[in-house]
Design a protein around this ligand. Structure first.
Ligand SMILES: NC(=O)c1ccc[n+]([C@@H]2O[C@H](COP(=O)([O-])OP(=O)(O)OC[C@H]3O[C@@H](n4cnc5c(N)ncnc54)[C@H](OP(=O)(O)O)[C@@H]3O)[C@@H](O)[C@H]2O)c1
Length: 275
């Protein structure tokens, strides 16, 4: 699979999952616009790695909560690349800007979460489509459990924002299908080298154990490279008829039934296999 000659924009590619996607697409030969918000040094490091891989790109800074800044990202892409083939909407604001339980959340925090996902994707996908050649790819990075379930109370605003972004993917998929542009949402499971690593160490270990002990059938957390691989697959020519879908890339975590303990479900785990 080669992405030589393709131009890609990945929002939030200074670090975490976005960086994993940027490096994977660069490895396949794509030129990459590396977007960041505050962490210029990390963005520069991503671009340096892209160049080590024999590809090229440029840096662009913007706050995705401000729609005029989202539009500015695409103006830069037009100036630097002229056209666009791949747009990955991945940036997510930091937890303190939106993480608050349903009964307490301020309207400011609600707006920050929803604007950074739904409104930024509405504006970004329209701008991307205007720059895109036929056969382009638009991919929204979501967290589908946040929209599907209701248990993680302080995630309510981000869950709603991501769910609205998933809905937009379906509408854009229909609108852009005549041009051969596919639009999909990709939902990672819990990923190493991402926001996870900003949590207290004890909480990180609890999350790892939860998944290793059976709640992710594959027995491990994901990596940014796993998500980069899935994005690269969706960008391949062979994926040209996959559109409007929500794809879980999570080692099987979304298959698990939370109504019964794992022991009753007789879920095979790595520990049980080894015993
Ligand atoms: N981590 C997981 O396990 C996981 C699971 C499922 C889904 N996801 C989704 O995957 C995506 C990436 O998550 P991650 O954990 O890799 O993120 P992360 O490591 O926390 O990185 C966040 C990225 O977004 C940028 N950003 C932060 N605030 C921004 C703002 N206001 N405007 C524009 N950009 C902003 C950051 O730029 P700076 O570096 O400049 O601050 C950084 O590039 C998110 O959409 C997230 O919801 C993550």
């Amino acid at each position: 699979m080669s992405l030589k000659g393709k131009n890609a924009l990945i929002t939030g590619s200074s670090r975490g999952i976005g960086r994993g996607i940027a490096l994977k697409l660069a490895q396949q030969g794509a030129r990459v616009a590396v977007h960041y918000y505050q962490n210029e040094a990390a963005a520069k490091a991503t671009l340096a790695k892209i160049r080590e891989l024999g590809a090229d790109g440029f840096l662009v800074q913007a706050d995705v909560c401000r729609m005029e800044e989202v539009q500015r990202i695409f103006q830069r892409v037009k100036e630097e690349f002229g056209t666009l083939d791949i747009f990955v909407s991945n940036a997510r604001t930091e937890a303190p800007t939106f993480y608050q339980p349903l009964m307490d959340i301020t309207l400011d925090k609600w707006d920050t979460a929803v604007d950074s996902q739904a409104k930024a994707f509405l504006v970004g996908a329209r701008e991307a489509a205007a720059l895109m050649r036929d056969g382009g790819r638009i991919i929204a990075i979501t967290y589908a459990p946040g929209g599907r379930f209701g248990s993680w109370q302080p995630w309510v605003a981000m869950g709603a924002g991501k769910a609205a972004m998933e809905v937009l993917c379906r509408y854009f998929a229909v609108a852009l299908a005549p041009r051969g542009i596919t639009v999909n949402a990709l939902s990672p499971g819990w990923i190493e080298d991402s926001v996870l690593n900003s949590l207290p160490e004890a909480m990180q270990q609890t999350i790892r154990s939860w998944h290793q002990d059976g709640w992710t059938p594959m027995g491990r957390l994901g990596t940014p490279g796993d998500i980069g691989n899935a994005v690269a697959l969706l960008c391949s020519e062979e994926a040209e008829w996959i559109t409007g879908q929500l794809i879980d890339v999570d080692g099987g975590a979304s298959l698990m039934d939370a109504h019964l303990p794992l022991s009753i479900q007789q879920v095979p785990t790595k520990a049980a296999e080894a015993a």
